[in-house]
Design a protein around this ligand. Sequence first.
Ligand code: 48H
Length: 260
Amino acid sequence: MALNEVTITRAIVETYMKKLLDHLDVDVAVVGGGPAGLVASYYLARGGKKVALYERKLSIGGGMWGGGMMFNEIVVQEEAKAILDEFGVAASEFERGYYTADAVEAVTTICSRALKAGAKVFNCITVEDVVIRENRVMGLVVTWSPVEMAGLHVDPLTIHARHVIDATGHDTEVLRVIERKADVTLNTPTGKILGERSMWSEKAERLTIENTKEICPGVYVAGMSANAAFGGPRMGPIFGGMLLSGKKVAGLILGAGEGY
Ligand code: 48H
């Protein structure tokens, strides 16, 4: 069969446009395709929600690809091992209570399961603002990442979502724009972002899960973003808290409570 380049182009453009148009109004918009956002997307899609995940980079996986200092192995503690098992990511016990998994296997498998559950990933798209009505966030303002990188003056587009998850990692980007531009008080002791603190793995892992919650009407924080929002410490390359946080936020949105 002779291949026609225009057919190839039309296949991509028409299929992508359909995917985009189908996701202009979603149940949950997840910002950030690191471990917390990917795990949340999987459980939400599996729970029947329409989920769109926006990732600034071309690649998903956030900080998980690099394990610790680019040694591409992650560590997961006892409490989170069951999540790796559920996704089918191989984990081996290093010492009692400490498991290691191949970072590349973890990212690719979790993302694949999220997509197969029905979540859609929109990579290379940056969330630059939110849509607010009566102090409730009800959507996102998005643009192509290369537009942002090049500093081009191009107006963005908008999507609506019943729930937004800030899973943007250390930078808490969704919350920062809300703090800067909206008259919304965050559900933190000061009403503002408290900022991430220095390394303390044990405390950080506990607080990541505790601080995974609705932080203002319509917006939940998960993963590293929850630590930064509530002034929790960082934890280094242990990823159990990120996986458990992703699962917890999905449970909260699904109304299944924390035990989801
Ligand atoms: C679109 C955006 C935007 C935006 C950011 O950093 P992540 O991996 O986040 P988590 O919370 O899933 O996992 C944190 C973990 O990777 C980590 O950093 C750990 C455990 N650190 C410990 C330590 O001590 O350092 O992923 C966030 C993703 C990234 O891929 C960003 O590109 C993306 O969010 N992102 N996407 N629009 N405005 N901002």
